[in-house]
Design a protein around this ligand. Structure first.
Ligand code: C2E
Ligand code: MG
Ligand code: MG
Ligand code: MG
Length: 294
């Protein structure tokens, strides 16, 4: 009897394994066609000055309108794209598309256009020997100044090939492009990577912001991260601000920039445009803030 049940379990396990493998293979082969089929799309999320409420920049975030599964987020397909190497062509498509949109905003939105474009790049992309040239060509093609482009990298970059990766980052920075450390505070080596990486900005991970109002120590932790960034001359963006309470704490701590659902979810270009005119609507004047002054 026990044996039968074992076999039964095994078969269930086997079946779901097979389904998983099939799903993955399907996604992989769909992804190979997705660029020519125009299934990728960029969403944009604003990065806001916490002092003025003005939109400082936008981050481009990939979406895939899968013919069967619908709108698919990067957490599902980016890892597969990285393993298969498809991230290189998808990433190039995304960078070109984002620069084109950003240049268009500069023309059509004038002073209301965001001044900085953030694009994520993964480890595999940085290891592509043609990346630096492609980035510089793309910037030139769309007539953009290199310092309006921030490339976002994560500390997992440093796991291997450190010397080479640092060389690439230096080369990009020498050409005027800015490098941001994304998801700061999630890894083990966060502090040491600040010294190893040539950087311009830090993006503090959502997990730190999320806990700031519940766990007292997190405010202290954030305060020291902000002091450290200040010492190193790094710009700071707090990720994942979802409510006014978090916003007020960050403002009080003197964090300069923020991003999160409180301001806007990532949205298609034509929808995000309408926000460029709603300057300062998120940030209330200090005396209007609902702070407990006692
Ligand atoms: P990321 O670069 O750290 O982007 C921030 C993620 O947090 C986005 O998820 C965004 O939608 C989400 N987010 C923003 N504000 C909030 C908030 O207030 N609350 C919550 N719960 N989430 C918030 P998304 O768009 O699913 O992207 C996930 C990750 O995929 C990105 O993390 C980035 O690492 C990667 N990714 C996205 N686009 C690209 C791309 O074009 N190239 C590469 N290489 N990676 C990309
Ligand atoms: Mg990012
Ligand atoms: Mg992040
Ligand atoms: Mg992330």
């Amino acid at each position: 009897k026990a044996k039968a049940s074992d076999t039964g379990n095994y078969m269930v396990f086997d079946q779901s394994m097979r389904e998983q493998v099939q799903f993955r293979l399907q996604i992989e082969s769909d992804m190979r066609l997705a660029i020519e089929r125009n299934e990728f799309q960029l969403y944009y999320q604003p990065i806001v000055s916490l002092e003025s409420g003005k939109i400082d920049g936008v981050e481009a975030l990939l979406r895939w309108e899968h013919p069967l599964h619908g709108m698919t987020g990067p957490d599902i397909f980016i890892p597969i794209a990285e393993e298969t190497g498809l991230i290189n062509s998808i990433g190039k498509w995304g960078l070109d598309q984002a620069c084109q949109q950003f240049a268009k905003w500069k023309k059509t939105q004038g002073i209301h256009a965001p001044s900085i474009l953030h694009v994520n790049v993964s480890r595999k992309q940085l290891l592509d020997p043609g990346l630096t040239d492609f980035v510089l060509q793309t910037i030139r093609k769309h007539d953009l100044s290199p310092d309006c482009l921030h490339l976002e990298v994560t500390e997992s970059l440093m796991m291997q090939d450190q010397v080479y990766i640092i060389e690439i980052l230096r080369k990009l920075r020498k050409a005027g492009i800015k490098i941001d450390m994304d998801d700061f505070g999630t890894g083990y080596s966060s502090l040491s990577c600040l010294h190893e990486f040539p950087l311009d900005a830090l993006k503090i991970d959502r997990s730190l912001i999320m806990n700031v109002k519940h766990v007292h120590d997190y405010a202290a932790l954030l305060q020291s991260v902000l002091a450290l960034a200040d010492n190193l001359g790094l710009k700071v963006v707090a990720e994942g601000i979802e409510d006014t309470e978090q916003l007020i704490i960050l403002q009080t701590l003197g964090c300069e920039y923020g991003q999160g659902y409180l301001f806007s979810r990532p949205r298609p270009a034509d929808e995000i445009e309408t926000l460029f005119y709603s300057e300062a609507s998120w940030i209330q004047t200090p005396d209007a803030l609902p702070v407990n002054s006692t």
